[in-house]
Write a protein that binds this ligand. Structure first.
Ligand code: SAH
Ligand code: SF4
Ligand code: F3S
Length: 440
């Protein structure tokens, strides 16, 4: 008999991408197989995000679009979970808007999805279960990985920081670290299975182990993983500037398997705004962190997240951000317009910034960063870099992958090099990506 099929739609960050690999693992355990085509699926799962309003709008749009399919195909099961549904009152609102949704779950009971799905199958009634609080760390959830040659590995869950604009602490709960042994064992198995890159995930990886006895910390964890046998790269995200230590910089310096690439979101260059955001560092602290990183790991590539239009942001505050980005010369930057999130402190502040002002500000930052990206790309030309091949682009007829600092490189090869490390000599810069030729 043909197997039933599932299709998963994921929004949001890498953590959610990995969480979807757990949902996929559970679906495989239930005897389903994956399909890319919505129309062919017997179960469609949405793993949602609520970091900004547009993430929620997209999810609402795509769930709503299934109304007719569901009408034609009565047995189709539609499930919605993740950060959006974990917000207070959101699950009920979703169910009211889209009564045809069969299962609604949150972030704290994602790992219990097998039971929820089976409950739906056996009762034939819709299931709405949101666990209000985070439980303790669960191990052993099956994972069906979809990002070979990279593998995502959670090192911790939740966030304690309560940046005033951010919904994450409300929907992901407090920080909980996984045990060193469990993380190292997972990494060891992944390397044995042939994975070539491991990316450690946490909202603030630098506070890893703070909930354990002394002696466990992030620097020691990455050094321990990097000491495992085999050729692989180790990456991690995200770093909070207030917690990034010299010890972490030394761990990067001393372990060649750890990529010299640090994602260090600055958010703003204005001390007044940083304070209002509750980021707990100043512009000067941030620049000092950059300075010691570059001093200890001279070729380290730093990327960032930055936001415009936080309530009360003046032209002067914005200029401080612009100036900081110019000084820092980031290897890459994600830019965002502040989006008020109900339930967060900043959503109630006076002085919300009109959209046209935010749009003008963000486009200035994008122009600045595009110029820097171009300059950095030019610096690669004639250099040879080691690329980990992630896939093949049918249109371009070229393989693609990333070098240590995260730049996307395209190159032609007669051999099938998917999942392999290849030396590529860069010949041309093309926007943020680079083009090169193989040397082996
Ligand atoms: N834990 C990570 C960030 C996770 S969210 C950290 O602290 O850096 C990823 C990015 O989304 C953030 O860095 C921030 O720039 C942006 N972001 C978060 N909340 C936002 C909001 N309400 N509006 C706009 N951007 C937001
Ligand atoms: Fe959100 Fe701040 Fe936590 Fe990052 S550190 S997830 S921005 S509250
Ligand atoms: Fe990630 Fe979005 Fe949740 S960014 S943690 S999926 S709110």
């Amino acid at each position: 008999m043909e197997k039933k099929k599932y299709h998963i739609v994921t929004y949001g960050c890498q953590m959610n991408v990995h969480e979807s690999e757990k949902l996929a693992g559970i679906m495989q355990q239930l005897g389903y197989e994956e399909t890319d085509e919505t129309e062919k699926a017997d179960a469609i799962l949405f793993n949602t995000c609520c970091i900004r309003e547009n993430a929620e709008e997209r999810a609402y749009g795509n769930i709503g679009a299934l109304k007719n399919l569901k009408r034609e195909k009565k047995d189709l099961i539609i499930a919605v979970g993740g950060c959006m549904t974990q917000q207070s009152g959101a699950a009920e609102k979703l169910k009211k808007t889209f009564p045809f949704v069969d299962i609604v779950f949150g972030t704290h009971n994602l790992e219990d999805f097998k039971r929820l799905f089976e409950k739906k199958l056996s009762t034939k009634k819709s299931v709405l279960e949101i666990q209000a609080r985070e439980g303790s760390v669960k191990e052993g959830t099956p994972k069906y990985r979809t990002s070979y040659p990279n593998a995502w590995v959670n090192i911790m869950y939740g966030c304690n920081n309560f940046c005033t604009y951010c919904i994450v602490p409300y929907v992901r709960g407090r920080e909980r670290s996984r045990k060193v042994e469990d993380i190292v064992e997972e990494c060891r198995e992944l390397i044995a299975q042939g994975y070539k890159e491991i990316t450690l995930l946490g909202q603030n990886v630098n506070s890893y182990g703070n909930d354990f006895e002394e002696g466990v910390n992030f620097a020691k964890l990455i050094a321990t993983i990097a000491a495992l046998d085999g050729k692989f790269r180790l990456r991690f995200m995200t770093n909070h500037p207030k917690d990034l230590s010299r010890e972490v910089a030394y761990a990067i310096k001393e372990n060649p398997k750890i990529c010299r690439a640090v994602h260090l979101p600055v958010q703003s260059g204005s001390n007044r705004i940083l304070k209002a955001m509750n980021r707990r560092y100043t512009r000067e602290d941030y620049l000092e962190k950059l300075a010691f990183l570059k001093e200890i790991v001279p070729n380290c590539a730093v990327t960032t997240d930055v936001m415009v239009g936080f309530p009360t942001e003046t032209e002067e505050d914005f200029n401080d951000t612009y100036d900081l980005m110019k000084t820092a010369r980031f290897h890459g930057a994600f830019t965002f317009i502040y989006s008020p999130r109900s339930g967060t402190m900043a959503a109630n502040l006076d002085g919300q910034i009109p959209e046209e002002v935010s749009k003008a500000r963000i486009s200035k930052l994008i122009d600045l960063q595009n110029g820097i990206n171009r300059e950095i790309s030019e610096e690669y030309i004639t250099k040879t870099v080691e690329v980990l091949t992630e896939g093949y682009d049918e249109k371009k007829k070229m393989y693609f992958g990333r070098e240590e600092f995260g730049k996307m490189i395209y190159f032609a090869s007669d051999k099938d090099v998917f999942g392999e490390f290849v030396n590529v000599k860069i010949t041309k810069a093309n926007g943020i990506s680079l083009i090169g030729t193989t040397e082996n």
